[in-house]
Write a protein that binds this ligand. Structure first.
Ligand SMILES: NC(=O)c1ccc[n+]([C@@H]2O[C@H](COP(=O)([O-])OP(=O)(O)OC[C@H]3O[C@@H](n4cnc5c(N)ncnc54)[C@H](OP(=O)(O)O)[C@@H]3O)[C@@H](O)[C@H]2O)c1
Length: 228
């Protein structure tokens, strides 16, 4: 497939590398590709700089937001949740069109320090805002409740732990289920919560997730839902 990852952070890097290694054609959108390519500062989460990552993944093509290929079949929103709508605006509604838009972002506001607050919650969510801003897009929310390493290596956490998925378009969910399966998340471990309104719940897991990370001293964990 032709996949454009919007975002150059650790999540974007991780998903881009994983999809490219599976034979997909992958682009990564960033505000200024030349500047991004030169970044030598190590990311505290990955311990790796963008320049180093890109040297190891030269097959991922860097583009500006305005250069996102029209032919992209799937867009992945891996930008900071506070700036996602701005980033998507720069790509533009015409280009976003009716593409599948996998939203992995969380609307975390770190402006007052740690722990962050949720910029949109209770009766609102980032997933819904993206769907409202781009009504033609087929938005699917998933992967936002696991650390970037767990996204592509679920087995580093033992057990049959789960992912949550929601969105209004059944066909788009099928596309996302296929991509998730290729990352190591079989269909049976992905819980479909219904329409995009369920993004409220998955985004509001963030305070709990962050609290667990602090108490456990590691982001390598996940939720497992058990049923009789
Ligand atoms: N870290 C995790 O393990 C994890 C797990 C689950 C979900 N998430 C979510 O995934 C998303 C990405 O996380 P991350 O840690 O990889 O990256 P991040 O640091 O949250 O976001 C980086 C991206 O945001 C873009 N950006 C920053 N300011 C912008 C602006 N004013 N306008 C447009 N774009 C702007 C950056 O653009 P440039 O490329 O131009 O710098 C970059 O591509 C977040 O929403 C996060 O909550 C993270």
């Amino acid at each position: 497939m032709k996949i454009t990852i919007i975002g150059s952070g650790v999540v974007g890097q991780t998903l881009a590398a994983a999809f490219h290694s599976q034979g997909h054609q992958v682009w990564m959108a960033t505000r200024n590709p030349d500047e991004t390519a030169k970044r030598t500062v190590e990311d505290p989460q990955s311990g790796e700089s963008f320049a180093h990552w890109h040297a190891e993944n030269p097959g991922v093509t860097l583009v500006s937001f305005g250069q996102v290929p029209d032919g992209s079949e799937v867009l992945v929103n891996a930008t900071g949740g506070m700036v996602s709508l701005d980033a998507l605006d720069q790509i533009g509604a015409d280009k976003i069109g009716s593409k599948v838009l996998l939203d992995v972002a969380n609307p975390l506001d770190f402006s007052q320090g740690f722990p962050p607050t949720l910029a949109y919650c209770n009766t609102d969510s980032l997933g819904e805002r993206i769907q409202q801003r781009f009504p033609g897009a087929r938005v699917v929310k998933a992967l936002n409740t696991v650390n970037f390493r767990v996204m592509v290596q679920p087995d580093i956490v033992p057990g049959a732990h789960n992912l949550f998925m929601c969105g209004d378009d059944p066909g788009a969910k099928e596309v996302v289920l296929g991509l998730l399966a290729s990352l190591g998340w079989p269909r049976g471990r992905v819980l479909d919560l219904g329409g995009i309104g369920a993004a409220r719940g998955t985004e509001m897991l963030m305070p709990l997730w962050l609290g667990l990370m602090v108490q456990m001293g590691s982001p390598i964990m996940n939720f497992e839902i058990r049923r009789p």
